[in-house]
Design a protein around this ligand. Structure first.
Ligand SMILES: O=C(O)CCC(=O)C(=O)O
Ligand SMILES: [Fe+2]
Length: 389
């Protein structure tokens, strides 16, 4: 486990009068997180089903940490890609060129690709963005005076910008988990990077992700799907996502009330998702979660990708958060599933000895994919059709 003790001290120091409260919150949260018992390798039983203990721990808590899913070589590839991509970011929110004067990676994108923030800010908290689901603004500590005026927080449509992320998206064991939770006809959701650079990385205020099915008569704990969160550099109490275990089952939460009851944004009962590099978290989208600004020394980049049950998206009007609101029909879902088709092929080309994941909807439709330059073109702006619910 990453030793976050130096970062915990450094982070707390940003919180002025609340420094001691923040320090004990971070320390106690870390301790509680490690006691939850919801971590270990991905395991399947003799029939190939996800081990019932894992399913239960995921269902009880709303998240589970699969340890050491990404092997060291694959992890190196991911980090190399992320670092190369970072040098090709636009120099700021209004720019199309990178620090070397070249067109930025997203210079020609039509879809939204980057969300920016002031350093250590909370750009979504307390705003109407994303359906107003981030009900409160977190404390925004003052960043050091030499910080850049704006920092990237979220990169969207990541599979078109990183082959390594595309290949990891088709990790056979992760896709088998997706099948176990959402059925063999599971559908994609969206893919993103959450970027939390040390000393500047922004907060993502407390929220629950779904926007569509809270009042549905078929409401259940899995109806808004889940995200995998692959940790490229690990995650700690300081830079990681915090969650409130079990809240994925109880419907829409009044976050302002919880803040009032806890006496601060440090919600009682929440724990950080603590991971080593190469761990992959499965996190229910209904779980109350959020992350504080990264006032510590370690960077976090989460390679995020989610999946839904088909019944949660088919014939359903999207929430309009990640894409224009529209009713998702078979055709849209099939088109959006090309991410899975190309990813499986891209992964096959690199990991020739691995048994690839077989996606049932392609078997049924006879649809085949080839990973080549045309495929790359076809992935451009694919996230305009994210299955946002
Ligand atoms: O990584 C973070 O800080 C926030 C992640 C999040 O909100 C999500 O994956 O839905
Ligand atoms: Fe979220």
């Amino acid at each position: 486990m990453i030793d976050a003790s130096r970062s915990i001290k450094a982070c707390a120091a940003y919180y002025g009068d609340n420094a001691d409260a923040m320090e004990s919150y971070l320390k106690e949260g870390e301790k509680k997180a490690l006691e939850l018992g919801n971590r270990g390798p991905i395991k399947f039983d003799e029939n190939g089903n996800l081990c019932p203990e894992i399913r239960k721990a995921y269902s009880d808590n709303g998240f589970y940490i699969f340890e050491n899913v990404i092997n060291p070589d694959e992890l190196e590839d991911i980090k190399e890609d992320l670092e190369k991509l970072r040098t090709n970011f636009p120099i700021g929110p209004e720019s199309n060129i990178d620090v070397n004067g070249n067109p930025a990676f997203n210079a020609e994108s039509k879809a939204l690709t980057l969300v920016w923030s002031k350093p250590l800010g909370d750009p979504l908290g307390g705003t109407e963005l994303a359906n107003g689901r981030h009900q409160i603004k977190l404390f925004e500590p003052e960043a050091k005076s030499d910080s850049p005026p704006a920092v990237p927080v979220i990169l969207l449509g990541s599979l078109q910008f990183s082959d390594a992320c595309l290949r990891t998206y088709a990790h056979p064991e992760l896709l088998k988990v997706a099948e176990a939770i959402n059925g063999e006809d599971f559908a994609p959701f969206n893919e993103a990077l959450f970027i939390k650079e040390p000393g500047v990385g922004a907060a993502v205020s407390w929220h629950q992700d779904g926007v569509t099915h809270w009042d549905s008569e078929n409401f259940d704990e899995d109806i808004h799907g889940f995200n995998f969160m692959v940790q490229a550099y690990g995650s700690t109490a300081v830079n990681g996502v915090w969650v409130m275990p079990g809240t994925h089952k109880i419907g829409k939460i009044d976050i302002k009330k919880l803040v009032a009851e806890s006496g601060s944004e440090r919600l009682e009962g929440a724990v950080p998702i603590v991971c080593n590099p190469g761990d992959a978290v499965i996190c229910n989208r209904q779980l109350l979660h959020g992350s504080f600004p990264n006032c510590g020394y370690e960077k976090r980049v989460t390679v995020n990708f989610g999946f839904h049950k088909r019944s949660s998206v088919l014939g359903v009007k999207g929430g309009g958060v990640h894409s224009e609101a529209q009713v998702f029909d078979d055709e849209i879902i099939e088109r959006r599933s090309k991410s899975i088709g190309y990813a499986i092929e891209a992964r096959k080309a690199k990991y020739k000895d691995e048994t690839p994941y077989k996606y049932k909807p392609f078997k049924d439709s006879g649809k085949t994919y080839i990973w080549d330059n045309n495929a790359r073109k076809d992935l451009k702006d694919y996230n305009l059709e994210d299955l946002s619910i």
